[in-house]
Ligand binder design. Structure first.
Ligand code: ACO
Length: 324
């Protein structure tokens, strides 16, 4: 028998305020048409002034727990991916733990920017396989609107706020690719690319949160090549190929990156969950948000083989293959 980390529940939360592309036309030199054609983004959600990353994360976690039919006291661990924490410390994960009324177990944050949820999922899987935890809440939550430079048209139109969460539980599988749960993961980083995507502030440099800086076209080139490659490797590790894939659930940064990656993987767009048009790039929240919305839409069903892939600042990138 082989232990597997199986998805028991999924949920998400999006702040109420929806900002269409046209709102940027009044503020900066851009157009709805440019944003749509270059990125596929039509609108995004922005958190209210008094709404923080831990609020978004707690709402998504509560929805995932309800979907799993579980209560917070049944959870052993919370792994939360974010680059926009409420505070430098404590971790957002421990704040969510408190907000859920959970006083046992352990909670910590993972920081791999837009690839954060992939890294969190791989870590949660490793904890389940090693017996450290049986039930793990894995959350991606961001308020990127707080670190955007509203004068920089090359970045401020791209991002949104939101949160998504999964409940994973240990289950005995047969050890074959027919098992439900996480079947493989593939993680990478290469710090030499720091300058193409970073935030220009932090506690030990400027003492401020800073603003996001990006050389979009350089990131774009790395994204297409590295995402297809890591997804392919993760599938290979699981003993599977592109033909076995029911859904690609990619990081939602840009429709052109999503389409080019799917094309390299030889998976048609009909088998790709796309939410970037409604959410923009929500960084570590984008994959759990897409999983939750994909299930709500009736796209993702029990038994489907899913490949998730993401790349972000670092650069850090990776892929997780799971059967829903
Ligand atoms: N409106 C109008 N024009 C714009 C805008 C805008 N909002 N933004 C940039 N432009 C202009 C540029 O100034 C440039 O003008 P120029 O030729 O006169 O200099 C022109 O559009 C082309 O700019 P490029 O950057 O070459 O445009 P590109 O087609 O590459 O699209 C984009 C830019 C959308 C940013 C794209 O490169 C992209 O999506 N990159 C990847 C971003 C990404 O995936 N990030 C992922 C990780 S995020 C994370 O980890 C936090």
């Amino acid at each position: 028998m082989t232990l597997r980390a199986v998805v028991r529940g999924v949920g998400h939360y999006l702040p109420k305020r929806v900002v269409p592309n046209t709102e940027f036309e009044a503020r900066i030199d851009t157009t709805d048409e440019w944003i749509r054609t270059r990125t596929g983004i039509e609108r995004r959600h922005f958190a209210a002034e008094d709404e923080t990353t831990s609020d978004l994360a707690t709402a998504a976690a509560s929805a995932a727990l309800a979907d799993a039919g579980m209560t917070a006291d049944q959870i052993d661990a919370i792994v939360l991916a974010t680059s926009t924490p409420d505070f430098t410390f404590p971790s957002v994960a421990t704040m969510v733990q408190a907000k859920l009324g959970m006083t046992s177990g352990f909670a910590f944050d993972v920081q791999a920017v837009c690839a954060g949820f992939i890294f969190a999922l791989a870590n949660a899987n490793a904890m389940i396989l090693s017996g450290q935890a049986r039930r793990v809440l894995v959350i991606g939550a961001e308020t990127f609107s707080r670190i955007l430079d509203w004068e920089d048209r090359g970045t401020c139109v791209l991002f949104g706020d939101g949160a998504g969460a999964l409940v994973l539980e240990a289950e005995e599988g047969s050890g074959t690719t027919a098992d439900r749960g996480i079947l493989s993961s593939d993680l990478h980083s290469d710090g030499q690319y720091r300058d193409i995507l970073y935030v220009d502030g932090g506690p030990s440099t400027t003492g401020t949160a800073g603003h996001l800086r990006m050389q979009g076209n350089a990131v774009f080139r790395h994204a297409v090549e590295k995402l297809a490659s890591t997804a392919h490797t993760a599938l290979e590790k699981a003993g599977l190929g592109s033909g076995d894939v029911d859904w690609i659930v990619p990081h939602q940064a840009n429709l052109r990156i999503i389409a080019a990656t799917a094309q390299r993987m030889q998976v048609p767009m009909e088998r790709v969950v796309v939410t970037v048009s409604d959410h923009g790039n929500t960084s570590a929240a984008s994959i759990p948000l897409a999983l939750s919305v994909g299930k709500q839409r009736g796209q993702i069903k029990e038994g489907d083989l899913i490949v998730t892939e993401a790349i972000g600042g670092g650069l850090a990138w990776g892929s997780v293959v799971l059967r829903w």
